[in-house]
Design a protein around this ligand. Sequence first.
Ligand SMILES: Nc1ncnc2c1ncn2[C@@H]1O[C@H](COP(=O)(O)OP(=O)(O)OP(=O)(O)O)[C@@H](O)[C@H]1O
Length: 232
Amino acid sequence: MLQINNLTKVYGTNTVLNIESLCINEGEAVGLVGNNGAGKTTLFRLILDLILSDNGEVLFQGAPVKGSDDWKSFVGSFLDDSFLIDFLTVKEYFSFVGGLHSMTEDEIKVFVEEMSPLFGFEISLTDNKFIRNYSTGNKKKIGIAAAMMGHPRLLILDEPFTALDPTSQIRLKKILNAKREHEGMTLFISSHDLNHITEVSKRIVILKQGEVIRDMECNQQTLSQLEAYFDD
Ligand SMILES: Nc1ncnc2c1ncn2[C@@H]1O[C@H](COP(=O)(O)OP(=O)(O)OP(=O)(O)O)[C@@H](O)[C@H]1O
């Protein structure tokens, strides 16, 4: 589904990303981990064609993402608050994003209902509040949910658990696992929380100084192996 070939990104004299080859297959759930500055967000930005690479290519379903719109309706993503439109209300924002996926108002209502375990009482279509006035965690939930609108084939989330309260973290894990299991959604998610990421991933990729230094299938030992790796 996603193929990365000889992808590099250089800032000044620093090569912050250098990935020879990385392939993510349809239906996989891949967790991306690595310490601060390892290059996780840079990789996501390159995949989403938000920044230019210095070398290499990202292919989605065999076609380069660079300069193309064809892949955009199949890929949902939320990297940070800049993905939100903060002068809209929740209803306006979901109507806008839903509209991009040709969702009707009824379908949007059903979708928001589906997200209600994550939203709790804090986020609803009847709120008159602008998105900019929601708390950090609630803004994140709105963005994550919007990324899942239109049943994307690939969902990319950058540190989705950060700033969420424990209830929301648990609910989000359930939603992500259900999306993969029941809808076959492919997940590519970064996190600094090794517990959470191993609970939603079937494969873990470790980035260090821009390079993939481990790529492993998850099993019962993965969490302790990751803890040992990061404690080294
Ligand atoms: N626009 C930029 N100009 C210069 N350097 C940049 C720029 N964007 C990112 N970098 C550098 O690229 C490297 C990788 O950053 P990136 O944000 O991808 O790391 P990360 O793994 O997402 O980190 P974190 O876990 O802290 O979010 C860092 O050294 C960062 O300072």
